[in-house]
Design a protein around this ligand. Sequence first.
Ligand code: FES
Length: 309
Amino acid sequence: MSKAADVQVFVQHRYALTPAIDCWRLARRDGAPLPPFSAGAHVEVQIAPGVRRAYSLCSDPAHTGFYEIAVKHEVDGRGGSRALHQLVHINSDLSIGAPRNLFALTHEPGLHVLVGAGVGLTPLIAMAHSLHHSGAAFQLIARVRQREDLLFAPLLEQGPWHDCVTVSYSSQGALELPDNAAHVYCCGPDGFMQAVKAHYSALPDAHWHQEHFSASAVSTGGEHGYRLLLSASGREIEVAAGQRLIDALRVNGVACETVCEQGVCGSCVVGWQDGRPRHQDECLTDEDRQSYVALCCAGCDSDSLTLEL
Ligand code: FES
């Protein structure tokens, strides 16, 4: 999970998708292709000094001449979307990270059901493009309050896979979901995802895929102190009771890259070895957690923990 260097892009196009959501089209100034990505991937965008946020790519992964991101202006957010909306215009230069995918499609047979609410549709748009290209069976269910809130409305209503799209208006009634899903991919507010997951409670865990906008719980320090052993540098760092793991690292001068600080984006993930990390993220799978830990929200249930730092 090492990080590639940032890519320099500019805003080739920016346009409104809904009254609150804009789309930014990002490309290289020299016209060269951008790094390939798979549907469900996100990139980190350096919006301003000290303001870096992760956004899902919603353009067709088959085309790497540009990326598109769609971002809602969150009035009560942490300021990232506000800065993007206010500061990043057509022709602005930006640094972005290489695409990372924590919400990937499987390539198993059966019906792939994509369910998204509001701006949560963004990664599902890229997934629909990919599934369409591969000839896989899929259905995209877009849940919005009313038509003016539907992002990419022309694509969903008239695009090449429009007959695989169902738009469900919350102002008009309950959400209806197909029962014959082989895999379900869901993105939206937590309450929405919980309701969709409840509908698919009989589905095996490995067939349920979700992506959060924000975490439901943010780490606080644990009740007991412990020691961090940093395998690359050979350093030892004490984490006091009540202190967050990542704060202990930073106080001791260890640089830790973070974006969301909520266990969602995967930016702070590093390898671990000995010990018992307490995972509180929402971006790693159980398999990932055997080897990796998201520092921003992790705790520790043993006296020491070895990190690959
Ligand atoms: S900073 Fe996003 S998961 Fe840790």
